[in-house]
Write a protein that binds this ligand. Structure first.
Ligand code: A2P
Length: 335
């Protein structure tokens, strides 16, 4: 695929805008870019490489001649239009959860399993944002000293729930500071100055929510580790676009913080930010708008006297490595 025609489905959304930026900044070798959104946005233009590109309404017959379609318009749009795009000859890189656990669909983090993309049958899935941000920094350790168990607690930004949630965080914070009441419509509980359990559905039996189970199931699939033990607690925090994740991992063999630091320093896509003397560690403000996942607070888990466990804290831009950047990196594997 030397110079593909690329489409973005959901171009006007929070991730869609970042997809445009990533394609431009990474000099993606496309011959033409087409943009799709709902009827509401048809006729608008968006800037790409000093050109104004028209946003078109997404319909079933738009996919002829498109080689790569980057989807980020929600699960129901992906479910309906993804297979239509694939039948029309496009390779779909889908940002939703619609196909992630389908055994015929590769689930790809390019730093971890780029080879999986080769086996696609027209659709490649982009993993959940918290999963990508948690497991990309853990992968070098897992290869060296297999991880048997992961305990994760997330501090998730508004962007994961789309542009409307980011707007709601800004607007409700302003209202809160002015002492005004605010009618929430995207995330029902008050969001400003609050912490809220992730808004995905809670399973009545396990009491885990869907976001938490994505971290469990997607990690097992990407790492080919069906027996990996994973537990997560997913919480939304009033941060605009970067997720933080506290991780404790138990390895097969003893492990030290120095070993983990050395692995992080050598790993692609991650950066060590771990300065106990200055008390300077990964923060959402430092990673917003940046590609790498920041990793720090690396320390022995003192609750495991065997020395097999490590605790750390990672942050990553949810819209970039958690979504658009990872999708564009997948598309780069195709050209
Ligand atoms: P639109 O802006 O026209 O509503 P976000 O994740 O930030 O909420 O963005 C969702 C993206 O999905 C937007 O680009 C939105 O377009 C797009 N979208 C929503 N509904 C549809 C639809 N029925 N057909 C095509 N695109 C849609």
């Amino acid at each position: 695929m030397p110079s593909p025609v690329v489409a973005i489905v959901g171009a006007t959304g929070a991730v869609g805008v970042e997809l445009l930026t990533c394609l431009e900044q990474r000099h993606f070798p496309l011959s033409k870019l087409r943009l799709f959104a709902s009827k509401r946005s048809a006729g608008k233009t968006m800037r790409f490489k000093s050109e104004d590109i028209l946003v078109e309404e997404l319909t079933e017959d738009v996919f002829a001649g498109i080689d790569i379609a980057l989807f980020s318009a929600g699960g129901s749009i992906s479910k309906k239009f993804g297979p239509i795009a694939a039948r029309a000859g496009a390779v779909v890189v889908d940002n939703s959860s619609a196909f992630r656990m389908d055994p015929n669909v590769p689930l790809v983090v390019p730093e971890i399993n780029p080879e999986a993309a080769r086996g696609h049958k027209g659709i490649i899935a982009n993993p959940n944002c918290s999963t990508i941000i948690a497991i990309t920094p853990l992968w070098p350790l897992h290869q060296r000293n297999p991880i048997k168990r992961i305990i994760a607690a997330t501090y998730q930004a508004a962007s994961g729930a789309g542009q409307a949630a980011m707007d709601e965080l800004r607007d409700s914070t302003q209202a809160y500071l002015k002492g005004e009441s605010y009618q929430h419509s995207v995330l029902p509980p008050p969001y400003a100055f609050n912490l809220v359990s992730h808004n995905s559905k809670v399973d009545p039996e396990s009491l885990y929510n869907e976001e938490e189970m994505k971290m469990v199931n997607e990690t097992r699939k990407i790492w080919h580790a069906p027996d990996l033990r994973v537990s997560a607690t997913c919480i939304r925090v009033p941060v605009l676009r970067a997720h933080g994740i506290a991780l404790t991992v138990e390895c097969t063999n003893p492990v030290t913080p120095a070993e983990v630091r050395a692995l992080i320093e050598a790993a692609p896509g991650v950066r060590l930010v771990d300065d106990p003397e200055k008390n300077y560690f990964p923060m959402p403000v430092d990673v917003s708008g940046r590609d790498e996942i920041l990793v720090g607070r690396i320390r022995q888990d003192i609750s495991d006297p065997t020395g097999h466990s490590i605790s750390l804290f990672v942050v990553g831009d949810q819209l970039l490595k958690g979504a658009a950047l990872n999708a564009v990196q997948i598309a780069e594997l195709l050209v």
